[in-house]
Design a protein around this ligand. Structure first.
Ligand code: HEC
Ligand code: HEC
Length: 223
């Protein structure tokens, strides 16, 4: 009797001790219900009706999309990236001259630094194996030329907002995008948005490699 009680106490101690040093990112994603808003498993939705019901950005390829330092900070205290909401047609009524709709759904993640590190490790392991890496070539570019291509030629600012220069509110802001996103992913997304999100309303353009490098270098510089 004494012996079994001793073993019982011992196993209880081990059980209590484990979570403090081995926070499991995947379990934390589950217990924090991230999946109640974010899609945590692929594939992406394939119909417009499903896109319109999307509450939050897909996270099942987070490891290809984000820069880890940014990600770990963001899930401790999220900010607004999409001023018109994830699907702007669901939030179209704006708040007077403010950019934010009154009923904007914000990210509910409020992880402690320790939990954010574990969740960050887990999210960074969710990679899309088909994405080419090492495609982006960091180079010194003429920012005025990049702006001309993006604001005059391609009208990226119809949907995206440029730091200090403004633009559309229906999509993620470019403010700080260089800190947020992996340049190889940006290259892949701008080249072919529908590879990632088959019904996304950003058009596929026929941009050559030099133009894509110019654009992604410019986006990467917006820290
Ligand atoms: C109530 C719904 C909700 C829950 C729960 C939630 N989020 Fe979010 N999350 C959002 C929304 C909405 C956004 C988009 C915010 C924006 O763009 O302004 C977002 C954005 C994000 C982003 C940035 C994505 C991108 O592509 O820009 C990350 C990373 C993220 N959430 C992680 C998490 C994690 C990790 C959890 C769980 C700990 C979580 N979220 C729980 C609604 C939610
Ligand atoms: C018709 C509107 C529209 C135009 C014009 C447009 N985009 Fe987008 N863009 C989108 C949408 C929609 C998304 C995905 C939104 C989301 O993740 O919530 C997106 C996402 C992106 C992303 C990923 C952003 C992120 O923060 O997650 C990048 C990078 C991007 N666009 C670059 C560009 C560039 C460069 C141009 C011009 C060549 C451009 N876009 C033009 C609608 C547009």
């Amino acid at each position: 009797m004494k012996k079994t009680f001793f073993i019982y106490c011992l196993s209880l101690m081990v059980f209590i001790a484990v979570p403090s040093w081995a926070a499991d990112g995947k379990a934390l994603v589950k217990s924090n219900k991230c999946g109640s808003c974010h899609k945590m498993q692929g594939p992406a939705v394939k119909t417009i009706a499903e896109v319109l019901k999307r509450k939050a950005p897909d996270l099942f390829y987070a490891g290809s999309k984000f820069n880890k330092d940014w990600l770990v900070k963001y899930i401790q205290s999220p900010t607004v990236i999409r001023p018109g909401g994830v699907v702007y047609t669901n939030n179209i009524k704006l708040n007077g001259d403010q950019d934010e709709p009154a009923n904007l759904l914000k990210c509910a993640s409020k992880l402690s630094a320790g939990d954010a590190a574990a969740v960050g490790d887990y999210l960074m392991s969710l990679k899309d194996a088909t994405m080419k890496v090492g495609v982006f070539k960091k180079a010194k570019i003429k920012k005025a030329m990049a702006r001309r291509v993006m604001m005059k030629g391609e009208a990226c600012n119809a949907c995206h907002s440029f730091p200090k220069r403004g633009g559309g509110v229906s999509c993620p802001t470019f403010e700080g995008i260089g800190s947020r996103l992996n340049p190889d992913w940006m290259y892949s997304f701008v080249n072919h948005p529908q590879k990632w999100d088959p019904k996304v309303w950003m058009a596929k353009r026929d941009l050559d490699d030099a133009t894509l490098q110019l654009i992604v270098n410019f986006l990467s510089s917006m820290k």
